[in-house]
Ligand binder design. Structure first.
Ligand code: CTP
Ligand code: CA
Length: 234
């Protein structure tokens, strides 16, 4: 393990990172989930600790082999609703918020009290889903002066041009300070060690691209956070 001295450019700052994927219960034994491992968010939390920040990780179902750094305070959550309530509670004290969690866009309209049994749904089962609120949009609406809010976007795209176009549209729609986009697919982005990020600022301009380990991309993202805070502070 190579020990790299990191700049202490986040010293004195409080940073909240969400990571992992939320799960929406269907019944007591089943859920709707997604393929997020939590690896990128956990790497960002560790990288921020390396750079001197006070770090809180709001963790939604990390893969078993993804372990947060011991310097990081971890709050475990399950559903999008729990993640949203937790983010709302911790956001007020945060200088930087990074929403790396994969949040379920919908939850099950009525969660069954008991296990759904096949005999009650012969041949087919239809689940009604209702849209969850947009957590990061709520945080942007209540952003306090000096607070930096970063979103992520995992997109299925045909190439880098489409990734940039989608990142530009999403950063403007969300009103966040930075957005880190990465391409995903059946064989891309998940269950892999390396990652590739395209980072855009609030106007949608690409400020950095980074690829490598999730630690390397985490530090590249934090470089962009530090740079964005410098430009907005002046
Ligand atoms: N996000 C959120 N609350 C939600 C859904 C997403 O805070 N209910 C956050 C994610 O954590 C991420 C950012 O919004 O930082 C972008 O998520 P993404 O799923 O790419 O965007 P959506 O607005 O959900 O649009 P879509 O999935 O349709 O592309
Ligand atoms: Ca979504």
């Amino acid at each position: 393990l190579a020990l790299v001295e990191r700049p202490q450019d986040l010293r004195g700052l409080s940073i909240v990172v969400s990571a992992g994927g939320t799960r929406e219960p269907i019944d007591p034994v089943r859920y709707l989930g997604n393929r997020s491992s939590g690896r990128q968010g956990v790497a960002i939390a560790r990288a921020a600790a390396d750079r001197g920040a006070d770090v809180t990780l709001v963790a939604a179902h990390l893969d078993a082999d993804v372990r947060p750094d011991p310097r990081v305070d971890v709050i475990a959550v399950g559903t999008a609703e729990e993640l949203g309530r937790t983010m709302d509670a911790v956001a007020a004290g945060a200088d930087v918020i990074v929403m790396a969690a994969a949040v379920a866009d919908y939850s099950v309209a009525s969660i069954a009290e008991g296990k759904l049994r096949k005999q009650d749904f012969p041949g087919a089962l239809t689940l009604e889903l209702v849209e969850n609120r947009d957590i990061v949009a709520g945080l942007v609406g209540r952003r306090r002066p000096g607070q930096t809010i970063v979103a992520f976007a995992a997109e299925t795209v045909s190439g880098e041009d489409e990734l940039r176009e989608r990142a530009r549209a999403k950063v403007i729609r969300k009103g966040v300070d930075l957005l880190a986009a990465n391409a995903v697919g059946w064989t891309q982005g998940f269950e892999v060690v390396d990652n590739s990020l395209t980072i855009v600022d609030r106007e949608g301009e690409v400020v950095a691209t980074a690829s490598g380990s999730k630690d390397d991309t985490a530090h590249a993202l934090l470089d962009a956070v530090v740079a964005a805070r410098r430009t907005t502070a002046t």
